[in-house]
Design a protein around this ligand. Structure first.
Ligand code: ATP
Ligand code: MG
Length: 263
């Protein structure tokens, strides 16, 4: 996979298991967004294929792909002056045709998506006048309104305060429990550990580990992939792994200086 002049990942073979909550983690620029874009058909792999339930995704019609798979991109340009309601409403396009106009089902999906992202009161506001976190939630609501079987989410919790982060992740977990396939890129390793039923670790365009968070998250992997020294303890909430990071290098030196000056 790659862009016109740049190859981002080679020999990348990844099976996104249906019905799982897959979380992808990896350092900046390792190819996570590129992978999601390829899965969502926005990029055509230079070699190889992306199969959606066994069919080559590039042979399916765009509308058909959109009805089955929704993408929350990492950064998206907001159409000027568009209201929150109208942005979220765009999530319903794949469900409409010239014959079937706006239906009660479309209206219900949009209302539900607005309520679950805490945006009902802001529905009439222009998206470009929202705060960063509110805008991020509006994009998430658009992806939710699509009601697709597969949800691809590129850093859905970026810009969100801790309470909205948890409520959005809980919502994705609920959708997963109802049988949807959720794939999210997250930078917070502990959110990944808590919510993933399947964890994928990428580095330099390749998948370097995948499996349950318990099997995948080791101090050795965190050191190799993220260059961090960490201790892994048991999450007191669910018994899964919980990563405690420690300072290293220059920061570790600063840390010991701090300790020295503290009486
Ligand atoms: N539109 C583009 N054209 C050319 N190269 C790109 C484009 N978008 C990204 N890249 C390059 O592809 C590589 C992977 O980028 P990608 O956006 O997939 O990383 P990422 O893992 O999502 O990183 P981050 O955590 O920062 O979001 C990077 O080297 C990046 O510079
Ligand atoms: Mg990215």
């Amino acid at each position: 996979m790659g862009y016109e002049q740049r190859i981002v990942g080679e020999d990348l073979s990844l099976d996104i298991p249906g019905g799982e909550f897959t979380v992808i983690i990896g350092p900046n620029a390792c190819g996570k967004s590129t992978l999601l874009r390829s899965l969502a058909r926005l990029l055509k792999p230079r070699a190889g294929t992306v199969l959606l339930d066994g069919s080559d995704i590039h042979r399916l019609r765009a509308r058909e792909v959109a009805a089955r798979l929704g993408l929350l991109p990492q950064s998206a340009i907001v159409p000027a002056g568009i209201s929150v309601f109208d942005l979220v409403r765009r999530g319903r396009y794949p469900h409409q045709s010239i014959l079937s106009r706006w239906s009660q089902e479309d209206e219900d999906s949009v209302r539900r998506a607005l309520a679950s992202t805490d945006l009902t009161a802001l529905a009439d506001r222009p998206v470009d006048e929202l705060s960063g976190g509110q805008r991020q939630r509006a994009w998430a609501a658009m992806a939710l309104a699509q009601d697709s079987q597969i949800l691809l989410l590129d850093e859905p919790t970026t810009y969100l305060d801790v309470s909205h982060q948890i409520s959005l992740l809980d919502l994705f977990a609920e959708l997963h429990e109802e049988g949807r396939t959720v794939v999210a890129v997250l930078h917070d390793i502990n959110h990944a550990a808590r919510y993933a039923t399947h964890l994928v670790v990428m580095a330099e365009g390749r998948v370097v580990a995948q499996g349950t968070p318990r099997d995948v998250l080791t101090t050795e992997l965190l050191d190799r992939v993220f260059d961090i020294e960490a201790t892994i303890i048991e999450d007191p909430v669910n018994g899964g792994p919980h990563v405690i990071t420690r300072h290293r290098g220059r920061l570790a030196a600063a840390d010991s200086t701090l300790r020295k000056v503290t009486p």
